[in-house]
Design a protein around this ligand. Sequence first.
Ligand SMILES: Nc1ncnc2c1ncn2[C@@H]1O[C@H](COP(=O)(O)OP(=O)(O)OP(=O)(O)O)[C@@H](O)[C@H]1O
Ligand SMILES: [Mg+2]
Length: 255
Amino acid sequence: MTLLRVAFVGKGGVGKSAVAGTFARTLARQGNPVLALDSDPMPGLAFSLGIERTDVGIPDDAVRERAKGEEGPRFRLREGLSAVEAVESYSVEGPDGVRFLQFAKLRGQLSATIKSQMAFRQILEHLPEDRWALVGDLPGGMRQPFFGWGDYAHTIFVVVEPTVKSMRAGRRLARLALTEKPPASIVVVANKVREDGDAARIEAATGLPVVASVPWDEALADAEQAGLAPIDAAPESPSVKAVAALVDQVMATAG
Ligand SMILES: Nc1ncnc2c1ncn2[C@@H]1O[C@H](COP(=O)(O)OP(=O)(O)OP(=O)(O)O)[C@@H](O)[C@H]1O
Ligand SMILES: [Mg+2]
C-alpha cells in the first residue's frame, strides 16, 4: 500500500510549519503511521508538532563517503544501515505517535552539516512507500524545492498568504510543475485568509487551485507564546479545524 506523501513549500513566514504540524498530527490521529520531515536548517516544525527536543538530528556517521573509483553519489548510507533503520534510530517520537526526522541543526557553518543533510536525502530516496506517510516542511523560498528536497512528495502544498509578495512566490513555485521531476499534484493552501475573495485572488495570481483556506487565527499567536503546538493549545480554533478538514479531503481523494 502506498501511503500519503506531502510537502509544504512557500515564502518565508507564510505558515508552512504551523500548517504542516497540524496536518501531521491530524493524520496520525486517524491511525496513519506518520513521519514528519524538517529540512529547514533553522528549527521550526518541532514546535508546531509539540516536540520539545529540537536538538536531535541525523549524525554525520549515518553516511560514508564514496570510495576512490566508486560510482554514484558522494555520500551514501553507511554499510548495513537501511533507510528504515536510519529513521528508527535517528527520529524521535512525538505526540500521537508522529515520528520526527531532521538533519543536524545549524550551530556554525551550514557546510558543517553537509553529511547530515546528505544522509537525510539518502534516507528519503530509499524509504519504502508503505512504511510511513510523509509530511515535509521545507524552508522558505525556491532553493530546496527546485533542488529536489521535496521529491519524495506526491503532492506539493504551496502555502500562500493573500499578500502580493507571497502570491508572487507562489507563482514561481508553481513552476515546479514544469520541472524534470514534477510532483503528481501541486496545489495551494491559502493561509491567514481574512476575506471572502482571498482564495480567488490567490488562484488568479498563482494559476494553481486553492484546495483549502485557513483563516487568520489569533489562537496561533497565543499557542506560539505558550510554546505549544496549535493542535494542543487550540484544538477547536478555526485554523486547526481548517487544516483537519484538508486532511479529511486529501484522504478521501486518496481513497
Ligand atoms: N492562520 C494563521 N493565522 C495567524 N497567524 C498564523 C497563521 N498561520 C501561521 N501564523 C503565524 O505566522 C508565523 C509564521 O508561521 P510559521 O513559522 O508556521 O511559518 P513558516 O512558513 O514555517 O516560516 P519559515 O519560512 O520561517 O519557516 C507564526 O507566528 C505563526 O504563528
Ligand atoms: Mg517554518
